[in-house]
Design a binder for this molecule. Structure first.
Ligand code: GLU
Ligand code: MG
Length: 443
């Protein structure tokens, strides 16, 4: 990053990632931001009814009235340089609050914090989480290169090294950068972190990729599909449990798939509510182009071991030179994409898992094979149900799942569903390349 140019004041932005999965906020001079002074900035309730197409849902429960605050979390400030940017990216993850500082009913970050607090209070467990993102670099002046190839990676040079450096400087702990299977598709993984920090880091990652790409003269997109026939961009949420002393609690070698009893109940809770959850974790019309059989994404309520079509995948444990498999053991939630904000997506996943723990649900059977290729009766016996095949179906599943709807206040639910219905209207009926392109430009 270049030196701060003369006559520029560094800006710090208080950000929130909303129901549309878009990071918005307001900025002030960094010199005016004093941590621990509870300085907040104004926010507007109807902002949460903003569709990705920049029109506010009509009707919406908020109208032109009301005022809120963006209250920064001083422990979640990310200030770092991005190559090619004139000034540092300086953002503070913020909660949306009422004027007295209490959490606003629609705040996604507060929703996640409460879900994590409930999990900890009821079970003593915390979650270690890592968001894995796929994205595509669009409009770059390159020749095509083979999937996973070194040349596919080297074409981007020095994008990869600069991205790794920016995320390292941000404290986001980048791990692996991959040229992926799809055309001009890449993936970047982060080290596991405390669940709230992991969701915050997912925001940092998305914005860093976008900004660095802009600086290179490209556009990067995390949209679930950038073309109908193209490969999908997933957001895979890896999770594991930790006990009060940080000890791993997801692994139990004596159980099927080595998933502990608590892990099995957690997974069962997620699978039970998965049709409704997709309305929140795969929340755009184009998300359903991705959630199809044979897309390596997820399309059934399927718990599987090391199978990339399973909705909940038990990930492999690398035993080379390692002694304790429990530490690295994790499960991956795959029916998520970047049109969902990470806080809300993780929040509903945790809530659903917690329901499973409360009810001590039996672990779901592990399935291997192709659910699309077996008779319906067999699928039923294995608990394999097709996930919603459109956003409309997913929103209906959400409305019908009274457990999931009970996690939201009535007005938060009205805001979410109203915004999504408006988004569907603005997107139109045609799930075509033109619509994918519109989403690619936004996400
Ligand atoms: N692109 C796939 C998805 O949409 C994931 C492929 C993989 O397993 O990395 O989720
Ligand atoms: Mg991948």
């Amino acid at each position: 990053m270049s030196e701060l140019p003369p006559n520029h004041e560094q800006l710090v932005t208080f950000v929130t990632t909303d129901y549309a999965g878009i990071t918005r906020g307001r900025s002030l001079a960094a010199s005016a931001y004093k941590p621990r002074q509870m300085k907040s900035l104004g926010w507007v309730p109807a902002n949460m009814s903003l569709t990705p197409f920049d029109l506010i849902a009509d009707p919406n429960p908020w109208g032109s009235a009301g005022d809120l605050r963006l209250l920064p979390d001083d422990t979640a400030r990310y200030c770092f340089g991005i190559e090619g940017s004139e000034t540092a990216l300086d953002i503070v993850m913020s909660d949306i609050t009422e004027l007295d500082g209490t959490a606003w009913t629609c705040c996604p970050r507060s929703f996640l914090k409460q879900a994590l607090a409930d999990l900890k209070a009821e079970t003593g467990m915390t979650l270690a989480v890592s968001f894995e993102h796929e994205f595509q670099i669009l409009d770059a002046p390159w020749q095509q290169a083979p999937a996973f190839s070194l040349q596919a990676l080297r074409r981007t040079d020095p994008f990869g090294p600069m991205l790794m450096a920016a995320l390292r400087d941000a404290g986001a702990e980048p791990e692996v950068f991959i040229a992926e299977y799809g055309q001009d598709q890449f993936e970047i993984t982060l080290a596991p972190a405390d669940a709230l920090a992991a969701a915050d880091r997912a925001v940092v990652l998305r914005e860093t990729v976008r900004e660095l790409s802009r600086n290179m003269g490209w556009r990067s997109s995390f949209a679930p599909k950038t073309a109908v026939g193209g490969v999908g961009n997933g957001v895979h949420i890896h999770f594991s449990f930790r006990g009060p002393r940080g000890e791993p609690l997801l692994y139990d070698a004596s159980q099927p798939g080595a998933v502990s009893a608590a892990g099995g109940s957690f997974v069962a809770g997620i699978l039970r509510h998965l049709p409704a959850l997709t309305a929140i974790t795969a929340p755009s019309p184009v998300s359903y182009l991705r959630l199809q059989p044979h897309h390596w994404s997820s399309s059934y309520t399927w718990f599987g071991e090391r199978d990339r079509e399973a909705s909940l995948r038990i990930c492999p444990v690398n035993r080379i030179g390692k002694s304790d498999p429990a530490k690295a053991f994790n499960i991956e939630y795959r029916p998520c994409d970047a049109t969902a904000g990470p806080h809300l997506a993780l929040g509903v996943m945790v809530r659903a898992g917690l329901e499973g723990l409360r009810q001590k649900l039996e672990p779901p059977p592990l399935f291997s094979g192709d659910p699309a290729a077996i008779p319906e009766a067999e699928r039923k016996a294995m608990g394999l149900h097709r996930l919603p095949q459109s956003l409309d179906e997913a929103l209906k599943a959400l409305g019908a799942d009274t457990t999931v709807t009970s996690w939201f206040s009535p007005i938060a639910l009205e805001t979410y569903i109203g915004m999504k219905r408006m988004e569907m209207k603005l997107a139109g009926d045609k799930l075509d390349d033109a619509l994918c392109r519109r989403y690619a430009e936004i996400y």
